[in-house]
Ligand binder design. Structure first.
Ligand code: ATP
Ligand code: BTN
Length: 269
C-alpha cells in the first residue's frame, strides 16, 4: 500500500504534488482532478488512487487499474500561455518523465507515439492529458499517468490490443511504487518549463519506439505505411512514404503499429 504520510512529506517536487488527494478507490483520478480544477484547485494538485473503477485512456478507452498494484495519478497543471497545439508536448512530457524514471531502475523504456511507454514491445504505462481552454489558450490541463508495477496490474490478454507488461517483471524484483511515483513527478516538474523546446523534442525522439522501422498509421478513414523518422515541431509524427515523400501525422485518434507486430490489432489492413 502507498504510504500517504510519506508521500506528503516528500512532496511537492518542482512545485508539483501539493495538495495531495489520496483515494483507496476512485472512478478516475483524471475526472476527480478535473472537477477539483473547476473548483479552483491550484497548480500542482495531485490526485492518487490505489484503484480506479472507471480508469480511462484516450478517446474513452478503458484503462485497467486493479487495487494496490499499479500507479494511477493525475496532476493539475496551470501553465501560463500554453497554446492548443501544446497538448501533444504535455503528453510527451508525461511519457518522458515515466521513461526516465524507468531508466533509473536500469531498464530501457520507449515512447510509443503519442502516449504510451513500452518495455521491449510491451505496454507498461499510458498518459492521458485532458485540457480546458479559454479561446485557444490552455486554462488548465490534467496530466494523468498510469503505470503497471506489479504483475497483477497487467490486464488479461483478452482485454487489450497491444501486449502489456509491468515494471516488476522487467526489473525482476519488487519496485518501490512510492519512489517510482516521486521520480515521475520530479521528471514532470523538471520538463514543464521546457514545454515546446527542442530539448524536449530531442529527448522524446531519443526514446521513440519503432524509429527507422516500417509502421502502419491508422487514421480515421485510411491507413498509411511508412518508415518512422521521428517527432517534429508540435509533436507531429514524421513518416517517409515509399515515394520518398514526408508525411506528418498530427495528434489525434491515430493508431500506430509496427508493420511486423503480431498482436491482433496489428492487422489493420
Ligand atoms: P493506440 O492508440 O495506438 O491504438 P492503444 O490501443 O494502446 O494505442 P490507448 O488509448 O493508448 O490505445 O490505450 C488504451 C488501451 O490500452 C485500452 O483500449 C486497452 O487495450 C489497453 N489497456 C488498458 N489498460 C491497460 C493497462 N493497465 N496496461 C496496458 N494496456 C492497457
Ligand atoms: C492511454 O494509454 O490511453 C492512457 C492511459 C492513462 C491512464 C491514466 S491512470 C491515471 C489517470 N486516470 C485515468 O482515468 N486515466 C489516467
Amino acid at each position: 500500500m502507498l504510504d500517504v504520510e510519506r508521500l506528503q512529506s516528500d512532496l511537492p517536487s518542482h512545485g508539483l504534488g501539493e495538495p495531495l488527494h489520496f483515494f483507496q478507490s476512485i472512478g478516475s483520478t483524471n475526472d476527480h482532478a478535473m472537477s477539483l480544477a473547476r473548483d479552483g484547485a491550484p497548480h500542482g494538485t495531485l490526485v492518487v488512487a490505489e484503484e480506479q473503477t472507471e480508469g480511462k485512456g484516450r478517446f474513452g478507452r478503458k484503462w485497467f487499474t486493479p487495487p494496490n498494484s499499479a500507479l494511477a495519478f493525475s496532476l493539475l497543471l496551470r501553465p501560463e500561455g500554453i497554446p492548443i497545439e501544446a497538448m501533444g508536448d504535455l503528453t510527451a512530457l508525461g511519457a518522458l518523465a515515466v521513461a526516465e524514471a524507468i531508466e533509473g531502475l536500469g531498464i530501457e523504456g520507449q515512447i510509443k507515439w503519442p502516449n504510451d511507454v513500452m518495455l521491449i514491445g510491451q505496454k507498461v504505462a499510458g498518459v492521458l492529458v485532458e485540457g480546458s481552454w479559454i479561446g485557444d489558450q490552455l486554462e488548465h490541463a490534467i496530466l494523468g499517468i498510469g503505470i503497471n508495477v506489479r504483475p497483477e496490474s497487467v490486464p488479461p490478454k483478452e482485454e487489450i490490443d497491444i501486449p502489456a507488461t509491468c515494471i516488476d517483471t522487467a526489473v525482476g524484483g519488487r519496485v518501490d511504487r512510492h519512489d517510482l511515483m516521486l521520480k515521475v513527478i520530479e521528471g514532470a516538474g523538471k520538463w514543464l518549463p521546457q514545454l515546446g523546446s527542442p530539448a524536449l523534442i530531442n529527448a522524446w525522439n531519443q526514446r521513440l519506439a519503432y524509429r527507422d522501422q516500417a509502421v502502419i498509421v491508422k487514421l480515421s478513414k485510411h491507413e498509411i505505411v511508412g518508415k518512422l523518422l521521428g517527432v517534429g515541431v508540435g509533436g507531429r509524427l514524421q513518416l517517409m512514404l515509399n515515394t520518398g515523400e514526408i508525411f506528418e501525422v498530427a495528434f489525434g485518434d491515430v493508431h500506430l503499429r509496427p508493420v511486423d507486430m503480431k498482436s491482433k490489432s496489428a492487422k489493420l489492413v
